[in-house]
Design a protein around this ligand. Structure first.
Ligand SMILES: [Zn+2]
Length: 228
């Protein structure tokens, strides 16, 4: 799953309007953002094996620290605790918690059975949506477009940057996704490790977008306050 995670990050605006898109992107993509670092450090392992699923040639041989349910629960709790300690915003902390954890659930739906419940478990799970091109495209597109529609209905651009930056990110994500899905497999695991690091760009990009958009909810409260 790729676009679906971003769809949820966008949709989070409806629950926690004060939480920046940068934070919700980091939460929803937390496991995948740290993944290239864990590969470089040798803590997790992936093999390129074309045909292993119809959508991705990646065989996630060892995935204990970022894609096991138990670890994702702990990462979610840790991220939410740090967020709450610094922002004191309960809705945001809940959204961050669900965001990190949702990553495991969405990946579990997409992956072939390669996702463990605990780092030491040998039994692995996955519903294998990735074995269906049509199914994957439909689910990812629906979640991404749905999330974007919610984000657009909850925020307005303050200036031109607020629109350009948002649509730039949307275009970039669609291009990356289409390249990964329909393009050739990565030439090597090394190339994969270092190119996946580029995902980190989307986090500051999310903060940048958010600074140039305002929440429609806050505008309504301001209007109501002015009336009363
Ligand atoms: Zn993942």
């Amino acid at each position: 799953m790729f676009l679906g995670h971003y769809g949820l990050a966008l949709a989070a605006k409806s629950v926690a309007p004060k939480t920046s898109l940068g934070t919700t992107v980091l939460a929803a993509e937390f496991a995948d953002a740290l993944w290239p670092l864990f590969l470089i450090l040798g803590w997790e392992r992936v093999v390129i094996s074309p045909g292993i699923t119809r959508m991705t040639p990646l065989d996630f041989v060892s995935y204990p620290w970022l894609h096991s349910l138990l670890m994702d629960l702990l990462w979610a709790a840790g991220f939410a605790a740090v967020y709450f300690a610094t922002k004191r915003y309960k809705a945001g902390a809940i959204v961050v918690f669900i965001g990190v954890l949702s990553h495991w659930v969405l990946d579990w739906a997409s992956h072939r059975p390669d996702m463990p419940l605990t780092p030491w478990a040998t039994q692995k799970y996955g519903l294998g949506l990735w074995n269906s091109v049509g199914g994957t495209v439909a689910v990812e597109a629906l979640m991404f477009i749905g999330g974007l529609a919610i984000y657009l209905s909850r925020t307005n651009a303050k200036d031109r940057t607020g629109s350009v930056a948002l649509w730039g990110l949307i275009a970039l994500l669609v291009i990356i996704w289409a390249g990964a899905v329909f393009g050739p497999p990565p030439p090597s695991v090394n190339a994969l490790k270092y190119s996946t690091l580029a995902l980190w760009l989307t986090v500051p990009w999310g903060y940048w977008i958010d600074r140039h958009r305002f929440s429609v909810a806050s505008l309504q409260t301001a209007k109501e306050n002015r009336k009363s």
